[in-house]
Design a protein around this ligand. Structure first.
Ligand SMILES: N[C@@H](CCC(=O)N[C@@H](CS)C(=O)NCC(=O)O)C(=O)O
Length: 362
């Protein structure tokens, strides 16, 4: 029995896990997550409407792409997308979080600013595959509008728009420069960090026509990387750079993480702690807990406090806590060098977990 992936071409996180499953050469079939499939499979299994969803050969349901990758890593043979080197693993986890939760801002901004009509039609095609093109267009508009409405929650407003563009282009140029020297983030093998970047970069910023054109012009090597990482020609191949090397060309990208995303994460942690004090009996953590100020490209705006990101950050702090001796020192030196010294000794209390496919206190 193969795995089943409920997913769709337009979906950001579907692209992340699809690229991974293909490189890992896992036997799977992809089923389009139409409204009917949501009703018949996704809602009964997960309890809330989300994609992608992975069902393992023994019928285990796995949701959240990070959990899917970990599930497959634990259950399937073949080379791993987790580097063994403590610094490379640290940087890979950071860049997975950076792709999943920070480049999401650019992904949503570019889709809904420059590809709105395309996006509506893609929603219609995916969710209502059985309907006529006219009916798809009308219904897709409604579903798409729900996603467009997330923009202010992510801090995407007319005020931040120029800064979103500037920081995204800064990232694109830095990643393009890195790809003049390396196939993937850490050498010739893709890592979990590559798949974190693939979500926003593939399904939105490469596949959406106006964004793809912009990427081809600004960073053609990134566009090529999107193709290669989403549809690898060779599976299970390549190696991470020897000696736990962090290529110099990754430093500018890691610095963007430290400068732009890390302050949001630290503020989110403070809000989670305040929320926990005010709600000591709650164990399920809401998807957003109020609003906070954040800065993007030097522009200050408000956005929702999204505690889910801390569950991914906890993977990084757990990795740091597992290190000792010279490994710990090397990891800490890297963090200080990129401007992320605040991660050293950072304690995510209350601890987070995922229960019944939802964020909860551990
Ligand atoms: N962190 C989750 C995110 C999944 C996600 O946000 N999926 C989008 C489609 S790409 C979705 O279904 N969103 C519905 C919602 O957030 O309510 C993962 O990695 O699986």
């Amino acid at each position: 029995m193969p795995y089943t992936l409920y997913a769709a071409p337009l979906s950001l996180y579907s692209g992340k896990v699809r690229g991974y499953l293909r490189w890992k050469n896992v036997a799977y079939r992809e089923v389009l997550a139409t409204r009917k499939v949501y009703a018949a499979e996704i809602l009964p299994r997960v309890g809330w409407p989300v994609m992608p969803v992975l069902v393992a050969p023994d019928d285990t349901t796995v949701q959240d792409t990070t959990d899917m990758i970990d599930y497959v890593e634990a259950n399937e043979p073949g080379p791993s997308v987790y580097p063994v080197g403590p610094k490379q693993k640290l940087a890979a986890l950071i860049l997975e979080l950076f792709g999943d939760e920070w480049l999401l801002i650019a992904a949503m901004y570019y889709r809904w600013t420059f590809n709105e009509e395309f996006a509506y039609s893609e929603f219609g095609k995916a969710l209502y595959a059985e309907l006529s093109p006219e009916e798809q267009a009308a219904k897709g508009r409604k579903d798409g509008a729900r996603f467009k409405a997330f923009l202010p929650l992510l801090g995407i407003t007319p005020k931040t728009a120029p800064a979103v563009e500037a920081t995204y282009e800064e990232f694109l140029r830095a990643f393009d420069a890195h790809l003049t020297k390396h196939d993937f983030l850490f050498g010739s093998r893709p890592s979990v960090g590559d798949y974190g970047l693939l979500g926003p970069l593939y399904a939105h910023n490469y596949r959406d026509p106006a964004s793809g054109e912009h990427m081809e012009k600004t960073a053609p090597r990134v566009a090529n990387w999107c193709e290669r990482t989403h549809a690898p020609q060779l599976f299970g191949t390549g190696d991470f750079l020897p000696g736990d090397e962090i290529p110099d060309t990754l430093i500018p990208i890691l610095k963007i993480f430290a400068r732009e995303q890390l302050p949001i994460l630290l503020s989110t942690l403070e809000h989670l702690q305040t929320w926990h004090k005010a709600n000591p009996d709650e164990t399920e953590v809401p998807r957003a807990i109020g609003m906070h100020e954040f800065t993007i490209g030097g522009v200050v705006e408000n956005r929702g406090v999204i505690p889910y990101s801390l569950w991914m950050l906890q993977r990084i702090t757990d990795h740091l806590a597992s290190l000792s001796g010279k490994d710990k020192k090397a990891a800490e030196t890297l963090l200080k060098f990129i401007g992320a010294g605040a991660l050293i000794g950072l304690d995510i209390t209350p601890r987070l977990t995922r229960t019944n496919f939802k964020l909860a206190l551990a």
